[in-house]
Design a protein around this ligand. Structure first.
Ligand code: TRP
Ligand code: SF4
Length: 560
């Protein structure tokens, strides 16, 4: 979660920079609510420590491979309103979590908060997301990223203690169940720090440089805090067992997710792939060889071809690599596989008369000798052992993955699954432009006096027309209105009818901004009063929580 701070943006790397010129092009997403001042105001990048605006969510799909949440929404049991309203717009492999949820299998949700200021309504989105997953049956984790705040932002331990306490109070007040879930501080979690150390052995500086724009000026503790975040993200799988884990965050945190997903793979003892013969294939090539094999295996025993090489296993003679190459020569592949065709053919030709036999392959990545031997032993059916890999002929892919993980766990490995993520849109500032913690009127703190909250809503910019007359005639622009966003992201809560009514009445000219704001301001004041009361109740729970809000750490921290 970002706190929309104004620290100088770190240098963008090529991989992370999103081209500002390409920003307008597409239809603005319905709930984006970007105001005129914000659109295209500056270049956009995914930088966890930069100021966070993402003007073009489409780019995130195209360039970074974040997937559209909409597509998996139907698979999510009882989706949260932030999902239903498109506030949560993107994900990485959330299917794994949705599936676990639907099948009553273990899963976890975890997010972290840098204690740099007061918790605000942007943090509330993430608190709610964690809590919702907890109520859906997931193991829930909320962590205080104090090592990061100290090293990357230079906050003193005293400030951090105070903010940390306040974040935890709001998390509890919003309904996090501390008996079922886990709240921790990075600085107090020895297991996380030990895991970070192990993960750090699989990452190097060039990578951090490419992902985060780190350079020769970046302080070492800041780097350590990124690797600590990797450990945070994998921690739910460490304390218990490997399981799907979702990390709800803003899209600025995506670089962290990409690295953690890579590291999860790099830590594994074995990599499981599918192969057809002795050689290795790229994913694209594999699809082509599979198509060739399936077609040849399905056809009759070769009577309709040139007759010399048998093309079916039905008569006991194998399909040979060169036959598959011939088949591919005449095959018209789908566009995305076109470039892989030539290399697949080349590989098959080089293998010549070698028979094609589908198999799963276990590649040794980090396995100990004992684990490798044990795996060989535990593979049922026909197998062949090579230097550094094992081919198994009677094992499905899923069974193979499971076996690889079991053997790894039995031999002291972590067996991590790749973590999943979901991304929510950033709220726009109440004063237009972005929300910024340095402009109090632009955002609402969860600690704002209810009257101040009311006043901030009353003073907000809107997507309304210049006069009531025009508004009635033309309708307002709810999708460009920070007040509508407040309804959709927070004030309407689970009540879709309310959100839709505000939206449609505004669009149709039946709703004027004065009354609309009065209603929103009132709801906001109520929400704040209620939340603050619950914070007070939560303060009593705090004692039993075993979190130290009075750290005796010394040191002044760093800034970059
Ligand atoms: N880097 C996050 C932020 O800027 C905080 C954080 C630390 C975090 N560890 C995490 C977020 C793990 C998600 C998951 O606020
Ligand atoms: Fe925004 Fe409400 Fe005005 Fe519509 S009527 S523009 S939603 S404040």
């Amino acid at each position: 979660m970002t706190d929309h701070d104004h620290t100088p943006r770190e240098a963008a790397t090529d991989a992370d920079a999103i081209d500002a010129d390409a920003i307008d092009g597409g239809r603005a997403p319905a709930t984006d609510g970007g105001t005129d001042t914000a659109a295209g105001a500056d270049d956009v990048e995914l930088d966890p420590w930069g100021s966070a605006t993402v003007d073009d969510y489409r780019k995130l799909f195209e360039e970074f491979g974040i997937e559209e949440f909409e597509e998996i929404l139907p698979d999510v049991p009882h989706p949260h309103y932030l999902m239903r309203r498109g506030v949560i717009f993107g994900h990485r492999e959330y299917d794994a979590v949705a599936e676990a949820m639907a099948n009553d299998e273990p899963f976890a949700a975890l997010s972290g908060f840098m204690p740099t200021g007061d918790p605000h309504i942007g943090h509330k989105l993430v608190f709610d997301e964690i809590i919702w997953h907890q109520r859906q049956g997931g193991d829930a984790f909320g962590l205080i990223a104090d090592l990061e705040a100290h090293s990357a932002r230079g906050l003193s331990w005293e400030e951090i203690d105070e903010h940390a306490r306040s974040y935890v109070l709001s998390l509890l007040a919003l309904g996090f169940d501390p008996d079922e879930g886990t709240i921790y501080r990075q600085s107090d979690n020895r297991e996380v720090q030990d895991l970070a150390f192990e993960l750090g052995a699989k990452a190097n500086f060039s990578e951090l440089q490419a992902l985060y724009g780190f350079d020769g000026e970046t302080n070492v503790s800041h780097m350590q805090s990124t690797i600590t975040q990797m450990a945070d993200i994998l921690y739910p799988q460490l304390v218990d067992e490997p399981k799907p884990t979702v990390v709800p965050v803003g899209p600025d945190q995506d670089p962290h997710l990409r690295l953690s997903r890579d590291l999860a793979v790099r830590m594994r003892y074995f990599k499981v792939t599918e192969a057809f013969a002795s050689f290795e294939l790229e994913d694209d090539e594999r699809q082509l060889v599979r198509a060739a094999y399936d077609a040849l295996a399905a056809s009759d025993s070769g009577s309709d071809t040139d007759g010399d090489a048998a093309v079916s296993e039905a008569d006991g003679s194998p399909i040979r690599c060169e036959t598959a190459a011939d088949w591919l020569e005449t095959y018209d592949p789908p566009a995305d596989l076109a470039t892989a065709r030539a290399s697949a053919i080349e590989t098959l030709r080089a293998a010549g008369k070698e028979p094609i036999r589908p198999r799963v392959r276990f590649l040794d990545r980090n396995a100990t000798d004992e684990a490798f031997e044990d795996l060989i032993e535990r593979i049922n059916g026909e197998k062949r052992v090579f230097e550094g890999h094992i081919d198994a002929f009677d094992l499905g892919r899923t069974a193979a993955e499971e076996l690889a993980r079991t053997v790894e766990l039995d031999h002291g490995g972590f067996g991590f699954r790749q973590p999943s993520s979901i991304y929510h849109r950033f709220m726009s500032g109440l004063t237009g432009g972005k929300m910024s913690s340095s402009v109090p009127a632009s955002h609402i703190s969860l600690l704002d006096d209810p009257d101040d909250g009311r006043a901030k809503v009353q003073a907000a910019t809107t997507g309304g027309r210049s006069t009531a007359e025009k508004q009635r005639e033309l309708g307002g622009k709810p999708d460009e209105c920070p007040v509508y966003e407040l309804y959709a992201y927070l004030l309407a809560g689970d009540d879709d009818d309310l959100a839709r009514t505000v939206h449609d009445e505004c669009l149709g000219g039946d709703r004027l901004c004065g009354g609309c704001k009065d209603q929103a301001a009132e709801l906001m004041a109520q929400f704040l009063a209620d939340h603050q009361e619950k914070r007070e109740e939560a303060a009593e729970l705090l004692e039993d929580l075993d979190i130290d809000f009075d750290s005796d750490r010394r040191g002044t921290g760093g800034e970059h």
